[in-house]
Design a protein around this ligand. Structure first.
Ligand code: GH3
Ligand code: MG
Ligand code: MG
Length: 432
């Protein structure tokens, strides 16, 4: 294989399911076309190039001074809008599109080698959004009359810039959401996009961006005073993201094993104090090795992510879900008696085989689908430790596997004895 083919084969975009591939290729191509059109339409002025050079320099310094902090692998949040907004507002759209392209290249080379199509898509999404904001700003600015001058006129000018910043955020988040949801339909990104913390972060970033824009409109070198502020802000945002990410399992987004155990132990201590019932369950995917053998490891990973997302969807907000092994997941249900825990596990057992997994399928094979076996250990009054619960749930899981898989088995601390099939609806819990 020649070097060009090698590069292209690493561009994993070709492995994506068709709708996601169309979205990625479509947006990146449209971005290239918009960039070419903007380049053809832009009249270059020395003053513009000076502002562009200075703000681009600030961006590069900010990246270089924070790159050792690293970059999280999920939805990446940063504070570069503080440098982007002035470029979009003060200069023709071409410049912000160039900044996005250059920053993406620099992040890829200097911070973290990420999957190329993901970086390209993000850059195109944010770049298109800024280009739209820039076009709107330049179209509306003349009607304000006074420019960024002073007094109330300046306030109106800032309001227009703020409006464009909000348009940018809305367009880029919508495009990112479209890609996330078309590749992982079950993903919940509400907290990351519109949670309280995210909204406050966006507001702070926008306001700082507006102040820098106003300063740059009056005297461009003043923006240098914002450099330490942006570096400091970027570091703290990244630290927070990385600390949160270290608690999660990278493949599924669930709590990882140590985090799940420590939070589960806290929940158990609380259940002992408040004398409330608790149930702990272990889910094991049936014959998972066959999925890997038939469809390949990446498809296996997609199945794990889909099972995790579905489990999160079925359980309630306060329930704890973690990935405790390769294809094993654990859940803890606070305030939940045995009979309800069995119902919840039964719902999972029935829902998981219905998941459609968005992966390319070899030849005319059927898309992957899996069943699960679940062992549940429940206690009305908690006297067991977490290890006791897990040991009991594991025994119940083995009993479920032994009796043919695709079943829920239950052990109750209140009625000692061997694991028994949970008898939701009085039918016994197993395949029809
Ligand atoms: P059983 O019904 O008895 O549980 O059979 P099984 O095939 O699910 O169980 P087994 O323990 O034999 O195999 C588990 C497989 O899970 C083997 C391992 O390669 C695979 N696995 C573990 N972690 C991962 C992962 O992160 N990704 C993928 N794709 N496969 C994984
Ligand atoms: Mg297993
Ligand atoms: Mg298994």
């Amino acid at each position: 294989m020649g070097p060009v083919r090698q590069v292209f084969s690493r561009w994993l975009v070709w492995d994506l399911p068709a709708p996601v591939r169309r979205l990625v290729v479509g947006l990146v191509t449209a971005y290239g076309a918009a960039l070419a059109a903007a380049a053809a339409l832009t009249r270059f002025h020395t003053a513009d190039l000076q502002v562009f050079g200075l703000l681009l320099g600030c961006t590069i310094v900010s990246i270089e001074m924070t790159r050792r902090v690293g970059e999280p692998t999920g939805l990446v949040r940063d504070v570069y809008a503080i440098w982007d907004l002035p470029v979009a507002v003060l200069l023709p759209p071409l410049y912000i599109m160039l900044v996005l392209g250059m920053r993406t290249g620099l992040s890829q080379l200097r911070v973290r080698h990420s999957v190329l199509h993901r970086r390209a898509y993000s850059a195109a999404a944010v770049g298109m959004a800024y280009a739209a904001a820039s076009v709107i700003f330049h179209a509306a600015e003349p009607s304000l009359g006074g420019g960024s001058g002073a007094g109330f006129g300046a306030f109106l000018w800032m309001l227009l810039a703020a409006g464009c910043g909000i348009v940018r955020l809305f367009v880029s988040d919508s495009l990112l959401l479209a890609a996330i949801l078309s590749s992982h339909p079950q993903t919940s990104v509400r907290a990351e996009l519109i949670g309280a913390e995210a909204t406050l972060g966006n507001a702070a970033e926008l306001c700082l961006g507006l102040l820098v824009t106003f300063a740059a409109a009056h005297s461009v070198y003043v923006v240098l005073f914002a450099v330490p502020l942006v570096v400091w802000q970027q570091r703290s945002v990244r630290h927070k993201q990385l600390a949160a990410e270290a608690r999660l399992d990278g493949k599924t987004g669930l709590l990882n094993d140590p985090t799940w155990r420590s939070q589960a132990a806290e929940e158990l201590a609380r259940a002992v104090r408040t004398r409330t019932p608790v149930a702990v369950g272990i889910i094991d995917v049936d014959h998972f090795k066959r999925v890997n053998d038939t469809y390949g490891h990446p498809a296996g990973d997609a199945v794990l992510a889909a099972v995790a997302a579905t489990t999160m969807g079925v359980l309630r907000e306060g329930d704890l879900v973690g990935r405790i092994g390769g294809e094993e997941f654990a859940f803890l249900l606070p305030y939940t008696p045995a009979v309800v825990a069995a119902e919840v596990a039964e719902r999972l057992r029935q829902v998981i085989p219905q998941i459609t997994i968005p992966v390319p399928v070899p030849g005319d094979a059927a898309p992957p689908s899996v069943t699960v076996s679940i062992g549940v250990a429940a206690a009305g009054r908690v006297t067991w430790s977490l290890d006791d619960f897990l040991f009991a749930a594991d025994r119940a899981l083995y009993a479920a596997k032994d009796s043919g898989r695709n079943r829920v088995f239950l052990i109750s601390a209140d009625t000692p004895g061997d694991p028994r099939p949970s008898s939701v609806n009085g039918n016994g819990s197993g395949p029809a």
